[in-house]
Design a protein around this ligand. Sequence first.
Ligand code: FAD
Length: 425
Amino acid sequence: MTFPLCTDVLIVGGGIAGLWLNARLRRQGFSTLLVENASLGGGQSLKSQGIIHGGAKYALHGALSGASEAIADMPRRWREALAGTGELDLSGVRVLSDAHYLWSPGTLAGNLSSFLASKAVRSRVDQVKGADLPPALQHPDFKGKVYRLNERVLDVPSLIERLSLLAGDSLLAAEQIEVLSGTESEPAEPAEPAELSGQTEQSAQADPREPTELTTPAELLGLRIDGREVRAQRIVLSAGAGNAQLLADLGIRQPSMQRRPLHMVLVKGPGLKPLYAHCLGGGPKPRVTITSHPAADGQWVWYLGGDLAEAAGVARDERAQIGAAQQELAQLLPWIDLSTAQWATLRVDRAEPAQSSLGRPDNAFLAEQGRLLVGWPTKLALAPDFADRVLAALARDGIRPGPTSTRPELPRPPLGRPFWENLLP
Ligand code: FAD
């Protein structure tokens, strides 16, 4: 038989949000258990481009209102963690690039000048030329302007691996998660669907048209995980796209989640040199965002997002999407030889709290009621902000580390693999 477990904080979901939070809680002496039903990082986190945004991209269309946005502080917090001197010790995580670049091809000055006029970025970008250009842009035929943003790009597989080490014995692989509610002697009646109140910044609010009054569900004591009772002072759902189903299982209607589908493109070839850049087009979003990831065979994989991967790209089938990417690269970087390159696409959804407008949140989102907290970091870079919000809720409620108890050895979830190794073997 399996014995019940008790922990201070039970976290569901081992992407960047759950793993970062878990490591911070453990550092503060909390006992934690993190449950993952597939592989660590294997949801959105490993499929991200790994850019530690400081918000510069959003200043392009005036969406970054200034220092109040949590994202502006993220590059510093990650830098300190990567140096081993911050809130977590992430030394050993591979930094792919010290900077992300903003690149305006040809004479497209309009967008760039309003961007550079923005106070939010003025002090954070420098123009680069000649030998300082990213290697893929160092060619006599290259025309255009390139600015260096103070935003690092990380190798996410090594980040997930490091965070899984910091998790110690707190990881649990499990398939079935059920609600453990009511009291020991008196199991709860099924509850009416409820809503959690959002603790948010205004840009990340759940749809205000939905009712916000809370119907308290039966008391949630913990979760039954693959048949084993796990009781906790607090339960945090950080399961990315999986939060929607978990909330439905708990009978909770709010906060609701939105999925933003993307159709990304991958290309691997001997002619590729590393490039980390947003290429500007005429619109508010980058025309294409390119990051470069090391493949096991020593070649570089370019991972293409930005406007290319959004609505029009989502509507294309794989062949047409590869065709569109080939055209973009031939136009923007005609000197790069892609004649022997391998191509693939990846469909992936971003999972976020439902938004009343189409704007993107620049803060993590957390909603809570009683023992239950649920949220989305909305960006990999905002994982520290997500953890701050949970820690603030615990401090406000006077939740402190409880007595420690010995724990049996638990099945450990596997690490997610770099997805390009499967798509472009
Ligand atoms: P996830 O990484 O999706 O993790 C959720 C985890 O929960 C998964 O491991 C899943 O298996 C698990 N899970 C689900 N259901 C259950 C369940 N019932 N029980 C147990 N476990 C469960 N952000 C940036 O800052 N910079 C970028 O450059 C960037 N690029 C991106 C590019 C793409 C193509 C995409 C899709 C996103 C990008 N993002 C980026 C956003 C970023 O990836 C996400 O905001 C972030 O990874 C979300 O982390 P998460 O931990 O909430 O979710």
